[in-house]
Design a protein around this ligand. Structure first.
Ligand SMILES: Nc1ncnc2c1ncn2[C@@H]1O[C@H](COP(=O)(O)OP(=O)(O)OP(=O)(O)O)[C@@H](O)[C@H]1O
Length: 338
């Protein structure tokens, strides 16, 4: 097996609110292999954005790394000085935000903004920057004569392509994309995801794709990390994890989303909402919404255990996963949690 590009070990991130700490990410561990797309999935508030942002160390003022490591190419991102981290941003790890408008300045042409990154951060001369900007536009499928246009002259999908070109500018090894297609319609979503996959294959970059939508993961990811209430509850190869999930939360997520590539079937929501992280329930945090919860689930925290090879899940009932899966596809199962 090749050396992972990124290894998270027991990473925890806390927010200070008043005199209390809220642990938004607790003990997260997973690997990102070179040239792979890893989907980080879960409902709103599960800690995906906090985890993703911690990898560029752009966190809110009241956030702190409460423990653990993130080893990227031999260095612990969490222990780097601000200066060393600055050297890493764009050049080695780049970020694509949910709305391209957050990374594009409305008052400059997109060509000027690309040149700015290439010249100021990449050290290129003006002519080399122009050539590189044209190459980047070709990579993301935009006519090079549009380098002179302003962000508002592009459609939402095209703007997101510009944001991808910007992220690729300095040839990073890892791109972190936070809900990059959420605001777009399904056809444009597919085009952008196809683009990401093609760039991964052509350039060998790795992508951490943050999404609440499991159909986006199914469409484009090689591996999946499922988060619930700040914890990783399941992780594994995409196809195995989504066709044979071992955690009831993943089973529920799968029921709740239409397939990006085909017509929607019957959708079953997971009743209730994730817990307030300021006072999470004891034991398994999913237990209050889980149709399969038993007494031990409400008291003992399940560890992330092997289900099958490198497919892991944090559920006390892993040995019964196959039976639970059969029950989970029946929508009545989700109507009356245990
Ligand atoms: N600056 C902050 N101060 C305090 N708590 C915060 C702060 N930012 C986020 N949180 C809390 O941390 C938890 C995780 O939030 P986060 O945004 O990482 O989740 P998420 O899964 O990415 O959700 P979303 O998809 O809505 O962004 C939530 O409970 C949120 O309320």
């Amino acid at each position: 097996m090749t050396q992972p590009l990124l290894t998270l070990k027991d990473l925890s991130i806390a927010y200070r609110v008043g005199d209390q700490d809220t642990i938004a990410v607790e003990g997260a561990s997973f690997d990102v292999q070179p040239g792979s797309i890893v989907g980080l999935v879960g409902e709103s508030g599960c800690g995906k954005t906090t985890l993703a942002r911690s990898l560029t160390r752009v966190l809110a003022g009241n956030a702190r790394i409460a423990g653990g490591e993130a080893i990227f190419d031999g260095r612990d991102i969490m222990a780097l000085s601000e200066r060393a981290m600055n050297g890493l941003r764009w050049r080695e790890i780049a970020f694509i935000p949910q709305s391209a408008m957050n990374s594009l300045d409305p008052v400059y042409t997109v060509g000027t903004q690309l040149a700015e990154v290439l010249i100021r951060r990449g050290g290129l001369g003006r002519t080399a920057a122009r050539t590189r900007a044209e190459e980047l536009f070709e990579w993301v499928g935009i006519e090079t004569n549009r380098l002179g246009d302003y962000p508002h002259q592009f459609s939402g999908g095209m703007r997101q392509r510009v944001a991808i070109a910007l992220a690729l500018a300095l040839d990073p090894k890892l791109i972190i994309a936070d809900e990059p297609v959420t605001a777009l319609d399904v056809i444009v979503q597919r085009q952008i995801l196809d683009q990401l996959r093609e760039l991964k294959e052509r350039l060998g970059i790795s992508v951490i794709l943050v999404t609440h939508d499991i159909s986006v993961v199914a469409y484009v990811c090689d591996r999946v990390v499922v988060m619930y209430a700040g914890r990783v509850v399941e992780t594994g190869p995409m196809a195995a994890t989504l066709t044979a999930p071992a955690h009831p939360y993943t089973m529920g997520l799968r029921n709740a989303f239409p397939d990006l590539a085909s017509a929607a079937g019957e959708l079953t929501p997971i009743e209730g909402a994730p817990p307030d992280l300021a006072s999470p329930p004891p034991g398994c945090r999913f237990a209050p919404r889980c149709p399969f919860a038993e007494a031990r689930c409400r008291t003992d925290v399940p560890g992330l255990d092997v289900y099958d090879g490198d497919h892991l899940a944090a559920c006390h009932r892993i040995p019964e996963a196959e039976t639970l899966r059969a029950r989970a596809v029946v929508s009545e199962t989700w109507e009356a949690p245990a």
